[in-house]
Design a protein around this ligand. Structure first.
Ligand code: SIN
Ligand code: CO
Length: 384
């Protein structure tokens, strides 16, 4: 299987973006030919036993009571053979083959992608009809599932069959299909959907990141405070006599808004905030800090070994902003760049393994050595 090649059929990524993205759901049968699960159900169960990995099991019984249990799990035997689903978040941070499922979606910038959630469902297992606030691509792995997707509908009732499980009332499906290995389902935000497993089945959900305005404002305010950048006070030297002392005039309001917006107009600060915010992971990563720092001489030793590869930590979020201050962002941290270090930074942001010979060609000056040793010493890339 070559996951890089998404078989769009009559569509193209351009047509998909124009006609479907954030607009309507889509099922592409056999988007991936000969699809094989990049992680086995046993390995998934192993991840759900780890405390730092978020996982849950949603199950129902014959009386249609819903139960939600949160990981880490020690044992799955109590759940039996049917009516339950195990969901594990950010599996791409722990399984590189799962992370590689993101490659065909590179027509959307990586900052917009959050994680790959993997679910293993037994017959009749599922989380019920619900809405998500984010776009999702669901790749059907092994097994079969019945997927139903509807259009946004404000008359749907919100249900809470368990304190940790939001569902909606039944909806009219505009997609109602049995998915098989290699099928790809796209669901825009707020479209009701329901996946019910027909047999043991695995689903890979590529979830997107869409910050809310309140999350952005609150993080921006935190960054202003951390940098002591919002300390100046409102001033009004052009004030004239007021008509009524209890009125906040439209002009006062306008001046106060302009005063607040000045903070957003500090372009360099704003772009540093955005780069850091958008590359900040939401789930634990397997960061591999070297036992001893790698200095220039150690790096030269490493570069002389032919059988070594430089690897990015799986699931690391990376971006480059080339506007006011050329910067590489990794995991919410800024690495200022210069023209000479841009080629290396682009390779680091692209996150494909690099051989020592390729790295040697990129390590053209002391500034590149500095950038590379910094990134290695922080554990964002490692040597294998
Ligand atoms: C699942 O894989 O069971 C849930 C995926 C989703 O509905 O978003
Ligand atoms: Co969903």
């Amino acid at each position: 299987m070559n996951v890089d090649s998404l078989n769009w059929g009559d569509l193209t990524p351009e047509i998909f973006l124009a006609q479907y993205w954030q607009k309507k759901p889509l099922l592409i049968k056999q988007a991936f030919a000969n699809f094989k699960d990049p992680i086995s159900a046993d390995e998934l169960a192993g991840l759900a036993m780890e405390a730092e990995i978020q996982s849950r099991i949603v199950s129902t019984n014959s009386k249609d009571d819903w139960q939600v249990d949160h990981g880490p799990f020690e044992d799955f035997s109590q759940y039996g053979e049917s009516n339950w689903t195990l969901l594990v978040q950010a599996v791409n941070n722990w399984s590189r083959p799962t992370h590689n499922l993101l490659a065909p979606f590179a027509f959307i910038p990586s900052w917009r992608i959050d994680d790959v959630m993997v679910s293993f469902s037994t017959p009749n297992g599922g989380v019920g009809a619900h809405l998500d606030q984010y776009d999702v691509f669901i790749i059907q792995g092994s097994g079969k599932r019945r997927w139903q997707v509807g259009a946004p509908d404000s008359s749907l009732e919100s249900l809470l069959p368990h304190a940790d499980l939001k569902q909606v009332s039944s909806f009219e499906a505009i997609i109602d299909e049995i998915t098989e290995a290699g099928d790809l389902l796209y669901i825009p935000p707020n479209h009701p959907h329901k996946g019910l497993s027909i047999e043991n089945s695995v689903n890979f959900s590529i979830g997107f990141q869409a910050p809310s305005s309140q999350e952005l404002w609150s993080s921006f305010a935190d960054k202003l405070i951390d940098n002591n950048l919002g300390e100046q006070r409102f001033s009004d030297p052009a004030r004239t006599l007021c008509q009524t002392s209890f009125t906040i005039t439209p002009d006062d309001k306008k001046q106060l808004k302009a005063f607040m917006l000045q903070q957003l107009e500090q372009e360099e600060f704003y772009e540093q905030f955005m780069g850091q915010y958008l590359t900040q992971g939401h789930h634990a990563l397997e960061i591999l800090v070297p036992v001893n720092d790698i200095d220039k001489d150690k790096l030269l030793d490493i570069l002389s070994e032919p059988d070594i590869s430089f690897m990015p930590v799986s699931g690391l979020k990376a971006a480059i902003i080339n506007d006011v201050q050329l910067t590489l962002f990794l995991n919410g941290e800024s690495f200022p760049l210069e023209k000479q270090t841009l080629a290396l930074a682009q390779q680091l942001a692209q996150q494909k393994p690099l051989s020592t010979s390729k790295m040697k060609r990129l390590n053209t000056c002391l500034k590149n050595t500095q950038l590379l040793t910094d990134v290695l010493n922080k554990g964002y890339w490692y040597i294998e």
